[in-house]
Design a protein around this ligand. Structure first.
Ligand code: PAF
Length: 282
């Protein structure tokens, strides 16, 4: 496995694969890796000929400075995990390398209704920061395939929209959520939870599972109300629970017309914000 900190040396390395028409797979991360990240790397290893993983805690996507400061950083462990899984190259740039002074890296795309609900509502500016860093990393790596996790479903839709709108030569692939034994979706932020808080946070997945059953009986708004009621318990502060169209992210009014329906939720526990979702249809 090769470790690159500079764009120029990473590009030289990738040139070798590109000259031989090899498919390059890319897994962008902010480090503090877990099984969920490794599943993306494995999917890339299985379906492309060269896998690049980036580790960069992107300051422009954090809307709260304390969240950025507290974001877990475990670089040595991350590199060991990537080495053991067989990743070909890791890109660990500095902030200056990603955002050199004078270079305009902003993405001037209107994500419209995709960016407004849920995460967009509670984390203003977040998706512009995500789009900015992913576009910048795609310009550097130029992969044929980009692997993203379903846990950040809204992020996946926005990046797929960006790839289409800018005609990027990259296929955006969504990989399933990896869960802990109790159902809690794997997330770097889980590292900040105590074992008791991790147990309690599994309530998020339980509410999603219940919602899937309630949807057989109750209309969407009633399902959301019941799920929020279930999540309102000491130690948990739910932010939203919504049944949305899996393509447009607009609230669903019935279960028949949308081709895809997804239940999405966010809550706070122990000062940590967690998100999760479950595909109900499509
Ligand atoms: O999902 C993440 O970890 C980040 O939003 C990403 C895609 C690596 C961009 O910083």
């Amino acid at each position: 496995m090769y470790l690159f900190k500079k764009i120029s040396t990473l590009r030289q390395f990738l040139e070798h694969y590109r000259n031989k028409n090899r498919l390059i797979g890319f897994v962008p991360t902010m480090g503090a890796l877990h099984e969920g990240h490794l599943s993306l790397v494995r999917q890339s290893l299985e379906t492309t000929q060269c896998t690049v993983c980036s580790i960069f805690v992107n300051p422009t996507q954090f809307n709260e400075s304390t969240d950025l400061e507290k974001y877990p950083r475990t670089p040595a462990k991350d590199l060991t995990m990537l080495y053991e899984v067989g990743c070909h190259a890791v890109f660990m740039p500095s902030a200056e390398e990603v955002y050199p002074p004078g270079l305009d890296t902003s993405v001037n795309l209107d994500f419209g209704a995709l960016a407004q609900p849920m995460e967009g509502r509670f984390r203003p500016g977040h998706f512009h920061g995500v789009a900015q860093v992913v576009k910048r990393l795609l310009d550097i790596v130029e992969p044929g395939r980009l692997f993203m996790g379903q846990k950040d479903y809204q992020q996946f839709l926005i990046i797929r929209y960006m790839a289409e709108a800018l005609s990027l030569p990259t296929e955006v692939v969504m990989c399933p959520i990896v869960r802990e034994k109790n159902g809690l979706a794997m997330s770097s932020r889980n590292q900040r939870l105590s074992p008791e808080q991790r147990e309690q946070a599994a309530a998020l997945y339980q509410a999603l599972r219940h919602a899937s059953r309630w949807a057989e009986e109750f209309p969407p708004r009633e399902v959301e109300r019941k799920a929020l009621e279930q999540l309102h318990q000491p130690g948990l502060e739910p932010e939203y629970f919504q049944l949305v169209d899996g393509n447009t992210l607009q609230p669903v009014e019935d279960y028949e017309s949308p081709a895809s329906i997804i239940a999405c939720a966010a809550l706070w526990t122990g000062g940590v914000r967690l998100i999760d979702n479950l595909i109900l249809k499509g």
